[in-house]
Design a protein around this ligand. Structure first.
Ligand SMILES: Nc1nc2c(ncn2[C@@H]2O[C@H](COP(=O)(O)OP(=O)(O)OP(=O)(O)O)[C@@H](O)[C@H]2O)c(=O)[nH]1
Ligand SMILES: [Mg+2]
Ligand SMILES: [Zn+2]
Length: 321
């Protein structure tokens, strides 16, 4: 599956690309939004005249899933079968550690290896300080800096461009995802917001699309996200806040909420200045939000245990590109 825009799909095979739709049976059997195909998906399909009919999805090796924007209880698959997910954050006024923690949490849960991609390096005059801040919240993830405005400014991505591997670019609107992909493609194929550079531009990319680079790696461009709502990302929380969860294991009460309980090791670390309070509050907020979405019965019923195991195994291999 190489393109998805609302209910429209495009798939590719050796012969070329085809418009596609899901079969009536597929539609009938689908229980949740995440049962439908997403970009990056491998599908079983049949060509009927000019269009392809999708009958089934092959098991997913990873899935980047979020709470659908604006919707109370529905999920949305941003991309499937991604090997490396680039969490793009610009080094100018888009920079926000709390948002990055949220992205890391969802990414660790996805089964894809997260890489923090700091963009617009040319617009940053305190790079060492920014890098130190990112390092303080992104343990276990690679951190790269790029600039699309400098010759060879995207060199850091080079080692990830492996034939057959899929890379996805996610992040806020205007951080330069499409510009980067154009640089990797070597042509101005994707529309970018050429006019403004103040991070307040409207969303330029409106669909998710997978492209094959000249060297054989696959890249997925996605529309900028205004919000990244958590969708049952409990395991991701444990990975992205491993420092806090390790402290929590030493709290006196097993179910400590780290608010008022005596013998709380987490609050003690905050008080001693060993744990940044803003990071602690971010953890509490994401955990509460996650517990809320975990209640969505319809999704839990359809939860694929097998996928969870694969995601866990992938996380163990996190250093592998
Ligand atoms: N200075 C500077 N500007 C950049 C860089 N990369 C991208 N830009 C500019 O940032 C603006 C937005 O870039 P896009 O590539 O359209 O951003 P996007 O992340 O794809 O945005 P959406 O499609 O809305 O999600 C454009 O004006 C680019 O020229 C960079 O490395 N440095
Ligand atoms: Mg774009
Ligand atoms: Zn505690």
């Amino acid at each position: 599956m190489i393109l998805q825009e609302k209910g429209l799909y495009q798939i590719a095979d050796r012969a070329g690309t085809h418009q596609a739709q899901v079969s009536g049976r597929f539609q009938y059997d689908a229980r949740t939004a995440s049962d439908f195909p997403a970009v990056g998906e491998y599908v079983m399909a049949e060509l009927c005249g000019g269009t392809a009919v999708i009958h089934a999805l092959l098991p997913r090796k990873s899935v980047f899933i979020r709470k659908a924007a604006g919707s109370a209880k529905s999920e949305q698959v941003v991309a499937a079968n991604v090997d490396t997910v680039f969490l793009c954050m610009a080094l100018n006024n888009d920079f926000n550690l709390r948002r990055l923690e949220r992205y890391l949490t969802v990414a660790w849960d996805s089964g894809a290896a997260p890489v923090v991609l700091l963009t617009k390096k040319d617009l940053c005059d305190d790079l060492p300080a920014k890098l130190a801040q990112v390092e303080s919240v992104a343990a276990g993830a690679e951190i790269l800096t790029v600039s699309a405005m400098e010759a060879d400014g995207c060199r850091a991505i080079g080692p990830y461009l492996i034939p057959g591997k899929t890379l996805a670019f996610v992040g806020s609107s205007g951080v330069g995802k499409s510009t980067l992909i154009n640089t990797l493609l070597g042509e101005d194929r994707l529309k970018t917001n050429g006019l403004r550079n103040d991070d307040r531009g409207r969303h330029t990319t409106t669909h998710r699309e997978l492209m094959i680079l000249p060297g054989g790696a696959m890249v997925i461009d996605t529309p900028g996200m205004r919000e990244l709502g958590m969708w049952d990302a409990g395991e991701g929380l444990s990975s992205s806040f491993a420092d806090i969860e390790a402290l929590a294991a030493r709290c006196r009460f097993k179910d400590c909420t780290h608010r008022t309980e005596p013998g709380c090791a987490v609050r003690a670390a905050v008080e001693r200045g060993e744990l940044d309070e803003a990071r602690f509050l971010s953890y509490v907020k994401l955990k509460t939000e996650n517990a809320y979405t975990e209640d969505a019965d319809s999704y839990l019923a359809a939860k694929n245990e097998k996928f969870k195991k694969i995601a866990k195994a992938n996380r163990k291999n996190q250093k592998k590109i």
